[in-house]
Design a protein around this ligand. Structure first.
Ligand code: HPA
Length: 274
């Protein structure tokens, strides 16, 4: 089935479940952050498994639900559980969820993810507010997947992929709650392995501050269809080779669990101020 038809089917299914709830802000929750959400009113949970044509999450620590609700009057949708290229999906498939959010009404998208840091000023537990990215996945969800006018223009500008105003609001909110945060550049890799020490040194020379295995595909789709984007990278470890100890997925999950309290506080502010 063409992707547009697939998305329309998903959207009409979801609209029936939510009685045409029109979210303004979307949040894609990264590794371990799916539960770090402020309490929502008028909550409706739609499991990915029930949505026709939607992708399914396969990684431990990633639930699979769309959660709709209101926070202090702002209409929110949370993607609790996200998809990764290393799970074996086709790049094109990354467009489905974000385009579904767009058709549901989302105007602003918060994309979070766990990262390794190449910047000593962004230690584990801190937040990198993305100001730009480098797509080193060497692939793109829009290839062969941009012909429908509903999806936006095939060629589009990325000089401000991450919204400047949203970044400013976020840095101020971090300061308020005492969360160490700084702007930086995200480099996206496919994973699933962590990087080698030489790769980390190369990324640092290229100007990247943090490295992760997600975010960029969703951001590309969102920017194409005109959604404003905020990128939030939760630092779970220093990049491979910067510290002596080996890296593990357990550490990623453990550190993002620790970040939950701050992340939730941040969402409480951003859901109102953005
Ligand atoms: N590299 C890539 N992705 C990651 C890392 C890392 O060090 N930590 C958490 N996600």
């Amino acid at each position: 089935m063409p992707q547009l038809a697939q998305i329309k089917k998903a959207v009409s299914f979801i609209n029936k479940k939510t009685k045409n709830f029109k979210p303004q802000i979307g949040l894609i929750a990264g590794s371990g952050l799916g539960w770090a959400i402020p309490p929502l009113e008028k909550k409706v949970i739609v499991p990915y498994t029930t949505i026709p044509g939607f992708l399914q999450s396969t990684v431990p620590g990633h639930a699979g639900n769309l959660i709709f609700g209101e926070y202090k009057g702002t209409k929110i949708v949370v993607m609790q559980g996200r998809f990764h290229f290393y799970e074996g999906y086709q790049m094109k498939e990354f467009a489905i969820s974000v385009r579904t959010l767009k058709m549901l009404g989302v105007e602003k998208l918060l994309v979070s993810g766990a990262v390794g840091s190449m910047d000593k000023q962004l230690p584990p537990g801190s937040l990198c507010v993305l100001k730009d990215h480098i797509n080193f996945m060497c692939n793109n969800p829009l290839i062969g997947n941009s012909r429908e006018p509903e999806f936006g223009p095939m060629f589009f500008d990325l000089s401000e992929a991450y919204d400047k105003t949203m970044r400013k609001v976020t840095l101020a909110a971090c300061k308020k709650i005492g969360l160490k945060a700084k702007e930086g550049v995200y480099i996206a890799v496919t994973g699933p392995n962590f990087e080698t020490p030489s790769e980390i040194q190369m990324f640092k020379k290229w100007g990247a501050s943090v490295v992760g295995m997600s975010v960029v595909p969703e951001v590309l789709v969102a920017r194409q269809c005109g959604i404003k984007v905020l990128g939030l990278a939760v630092v779970t470890n220093m990049g491979c080779g910067i510290e002596k100890k080996p890296l593990s997925h357990e550490q990623t999950i453990r550190e993002s669990k620790k970040a939950e309290i701050n992340f939730k506080k941040l969402m409480e502010i951003l859901f109102v101020k953005l």
